[in-house]
Design a protein around this ligand. Structure first.
Ligand SMILES: Cc1cc2nc3c(=O)[nH]c(=O)nc-3n(C[C@H](O)[C@H](O)[C@H](O)COP(=O)(O)OP(=O)(O)OC[C@H]3O[C@@H](n4cnc5c(N)ncnc54)[C@H](O)[C@@H]3O)c2cc1C
Length: 436
């Protein structure tokens, strides 16, 4: 058994990975055999390991991670537990009672999750916060008005600030939590290890093959192999790099972040003192928060198909982020950027994850595609991923209903048209600014 911490020197490491570099884990080398092999040590992988061990205490569960736990998006994100983790249902909840119910159910679960995390893994810095969704023009103001009405009808706690003070914008405010993402994923991995899971780092998987016995052979890049009763693939944007069962289709999105030098007291207070997470509804989908007096600022998405050199930030993207940063906050002088990093995530057309068995038999399942709301969603859907991986029926009625609703959700073309129609109608009637 090895006590492993992560390298802090890599130029592409995130602020969180450097700041949380003291998080040691009792990792082991890959076992020869396990009942369940989970590929990928991000939030989806470690949350699934925990959920599997909750359902089947004593099962042998091995998590195989190519680099280190929290190397991918889970150690590089903004750390928001989004109170709107399935945005697509906001377009349909006004007409579809199932979607309104599922939104409510997930928000309830999210608040229970926040309380559970602060009690169980306090080192992950779970902090109650207010999400501020800021409109940046007439169209997004209209869009926020429609979303606020849907939240009203769905019974979800929120408030709308329509007449903000000088220089600020119409804002939809929802209560939620932030975390230190890297400390969170490492803390959940430590908890899985304490419950009996084996976690191996530097254990990249090259391929998965079926064995005549019905089990699977998980081939590692270093030539070793692990015999697995079941395999759960949680490799997010890297899923296509593993040879074996065909990966479900999902778009790969790259998102970028920067960290500024420390801010003065007045600016920290103005930015909500670490208890506000701002999302600007603009084309670059800018988001920011304060951590340890630094502004952690992200946005700008690019798309790519095949794996490129990981996590570097192109200079054009950095310039774009700097430009946004200068306008997002009223600075006397914008603070210098101390570091920048990128991260990749899988995204589906509905922004809902793919949690299902591979087409070829029930040995291999996928738990991927968490898009830009995976910090909460990976954890909220972990029980479902566990039941799919184990090939068992879902024990909890609410989870089973959410799973059925997820499976039947399609790209909401009608919902998009309705939203567009209402926004335009409101603008023509001069309503959004009044919040009618
Ligand atoms: C910059 C950025 C900001 C974001 N901000 C937020 C936010 O504020 N709130 C939010 O909810 N979501 C946010 N997200 C999205 C969120 O981070 C992801 O949805 C979530 O982390 C996905 O978790 P995961 O476990 O599926 O993927 P990952 O964390 O990427 O984990 C996959 C793991 O698999 C490993 N792996 C890959 N291939 C192999 C292999 N062959 N063998 C073994 N291991 C392998 C990788 O190294 C990686 O550790 C953000 C994402 C980015 C990039």
């Amino acid at each position: 058994m090895v006590l492993a911490t992560t390298s802090t020197t890599a130029a592409t490491a995130s602020y969180w990975q450097r700041e949380g570099a003291d998080t040691a884990l009792r990792v082991t080398s890959a076992p020869v055999r396990a009942d369940i092999v989970i590929i990928g040590g991000g939030l989806a992988g470690v949350s699934s390991a925990l959920a599997i061990l909750d359902r089947q205490p004593g099962a042998s569960v091995a998590v195989l991670e190519q680099r280190f736990v929290g190397y991918g998006a889970s150690g590089r994100n903004g750390g928001l537990l989004s109170p709107l983790p399935v945005p697509v249902w906001l377009l349909t909840a006004d007409k579809n009672e199932d979607h309104a119910w599922a939104l409510r159910a997930l928000v309830r679960k999210l608040h229970r999750l926040g309380a559970w995390l602060s009690e169980t893994v306090p080192e992950s810095e779970v902090t109650p916060c207010m999400l501020h969704l800021q409109a940046t023009g007439r169209l997004t103001t209209g869009g926020l008005a429609v979303i606020a009405r849907t939240l009203d009808r769905s019974g979800i706690d929120h408030r709308m600030i329509w007449e903000p003070h000088r220089d600020s914008r119409p804002t939809l405010v929802l209560p939620t939590f932030t975390v230190h993402p890297y400390r969170l994923v490492r803390a959940l991995a430590a908890r899985a290890i304490a419950k009996g899971a084996l976690v191996s780092e530097q254990a990249g998987v090259a391929g998965i093959e079926s064995l005549p016995s019905g089990a699977a052979c998980v081939r590692l890049a270093d030539g070793q192999s692990v015999e697995a009763g079941k395999v759960l693939v949680c490799t997010n944007a890297y899923t296509h790099t593993i040879a074996g069962p065909r990966a479900p289709r999902a778009k790969i999105v790259r998102n970028y972040m920067v960290e500024t030098e420390a801010l003065d007291d007045e600016t920290v207070a103005r930015l909500g003192g670490g208890q506000t997470f701002v999302v600007e509804l603009n084309k670059s989908y800018i988001f920011y928060r304060v951590h340890q007096r630094r502004l952690i600022y992200g946005g700008v998405e690019t798309f790519f198909g095949a794996a490129k050199s990981d996590y570097e930030v192109p200079s054009a993207v950095l310039q774009k982020l700097e430009k946004h940063l200068a306008h997002s906050v009223r600075w006397r002088r914008p603070p210098p950027i101390a570091s920048a990093w990128g991260g990749n995530f899988h995204s589906t057309a509905t922004d809902l994850p793919i949690i299902r068995a591979a087409a070829q038999g029930g040995t291999v399942s996928f738990n991927i595609g968490y898009g830009g709301t995976g910090v909460a969603l990976t954890q909220l859907f972990a029980p479902q991923a566990a039941t799919v991986a184990l090939g068992q029926p879902c024990g909890d009625d609410d989870d089973a209903r959410v799973a059925r609703i997820v499976a039947s959700t399609r790209v909401p073309l009608a919902g998009l048209l309705r939203l567009g129609g209402r926004v335009v109608r409101d603008i023509v009637a001069g309503k959004p600014e009044r919040g009618a």
